[in-house]
Write a protein that binds this ligand. Structure first.
Ligand code: NAD
Length: 349
């Protein structure tokens, strides 16, 4: 039954861990606790008796191997990654070492573990690799959405490192037979996301009356999904996914960035009224280099093969998200402090 979740102290990983523990499944979290990870993101499950929390780096293959021998997981959900595109442009090294080499390290340890399993344990083991739609590059406004057959054309160092990881996972399946399932998901939003990403940054800056930066013209389009809908797809991929398959996960919720930020401002005007409308804080800023124009996901295969459906509509999910950040300022301030320390550590002397 045991699930091992790399990156289980991050945004999506912690949502997955909370869901697994809520269903009584023993979980081993493997997380290096970078600025993006915190045990506090497990909320009420942080001290759950079924949780084993290991502070470890996926690039450390002997430790990964030892953890797999000790805990004998039935499923590995691999989410640990450097995940912020802007950081990957400023300093790509950690993206290459964690996302590419770290994935190779984990695959080596997982292969040895799987080969050592017998009978049903061997047959049921799955390695679920969590990736992004950004590996496919960008789409014109009128182009059809990405499908599992879309060619890889990553733009940023982040997307390229995730693409490299995806290729390694496929190779470990094709060459060694490791039972893998890959998921490429669109932009997630929800509680416990580090406030350097668009949704929490916008909410927290607006609550503080600070400027709301939007890149370029604001016309870049992203396809948004409630984080727990993504987590549900990952669990179905582990339970019912075809070995070797790739599933694209998205909620058919494309929005221009400027429209998303305006929607958040409208929700804030209702849930946390300020003397003036929050949209007055929006500031257009110089565009990100290599900024992809549009991402859009066709989730038809995940829907037909996994029986998965997105359940939370974007406006309703954003309202829940705004309320969560408004009501959980202690977590937000601790996350901001970790971010500030990480920025200070990498700032030029
Ligand atoms: N956030 C999204 O919208 C989105 C969309 C699609 C796919 N993904 C993918 O989902 C996964 C999780 O994304 P997220 O948004 O939760 O990221 P996150 O940055 O919030 O969390 C990443 C976690 O990985 C840990 N980590 C980083 N380097 C590590 C290392 N070397 N060893 C062990 N742990 C390490 C961090 O401490 C953190 O807890 C990533 O693989 C990401 O590429 C994210």
């Amino acid at each position: 039954m045991t699930a091992l979740v790399t990156g289980g102290a991050g945004f999506i990983g912690s949502a997955l861990v909370r869901g697994l523990l809520a269903d009584g499944i023993p979980v081993v979290v493997v997380d290096a606790l970078t600025y993006a990870g915190s045990r506090s993101s497990l909320g009420e499950y942080a001290e759950d008796a079924r949780l084993t929390f290991c502070v470890a780096d996926i690039r450390d293959t002997p430790t990964m191997a030892e953890l797999l021998v000790r805990h004998r997981p039935a499923t590995i959900y691999h989410l640990a990654a450097e995940s912020h595109v802007d950081r990957s442009i400023e300093s790509p090294d950690a993206f290459v070492t964690t996302n590419v080499l770290g994935t190779a390290s984990l695959l080596q340890a997982a292969l040895a573990h799987w080969r050592g399993l017998r009978g049903d344990d061997h047959a049921r083991f799955r390695f679920v690799h969590v990736s992004t739609d950004e590996v496919f590059g960008d789409l014109d406004d009128d182009a059809p959405p990405f499908t599992p057959d879309s060619p890889y054309a990553p733009s940023s160092p982040y997307a390229a490192s995730k693409a490299g990881a995806d290729h390694l996972v496929r190779a470990w399946h094709r060459t060694y037979g490791l039972p893998t399932v890959v998921s490429n998901c669109s932009n997630n939003y929800g509680p416990y996301q580090v406030p350097e990403k668009l949704v929490p940054l916008t909410i927290l800056n607006a609550l503080d009356g600070r400027p709301l930066p939007v890149y370029g013209s604001g016309r870049n389009i992203r396809d948004w999904i409630w984080v727990e809908d993504h987590v549900a797809a990952l669990r179905l991929a582990a339970a019912a996914g075809r070995v070797g398959a790739t599933y694209l996960v998205g909620a058919r919720s494309q929005r221009r960035n400027i429209d998303l930020v305006n929607t958040i401002c409208g929700i804030l005007d209702r849930l946390a009224p300020a003397p003036a409308p929050h949209a007055g804080l929006i500031r257009m800023v110089a565009d990100r280099p290599g900024h992809d124009r549009r991402y859009a996901i066709d989730p038809a295969l995940a829907e037909s093969e996994l029986g998965w459906r997105a359940t939370v509509d974007l406006e309703a999910g954003l309202e829940r998200t705004v309320a969560w950040y408004r009501d959980n300022r202690a977590w937000c301030e601790a996350s901001r402090a970790r971010l500030a320390r990480a920025r200070a550590a990498t700032a030029p002397a």
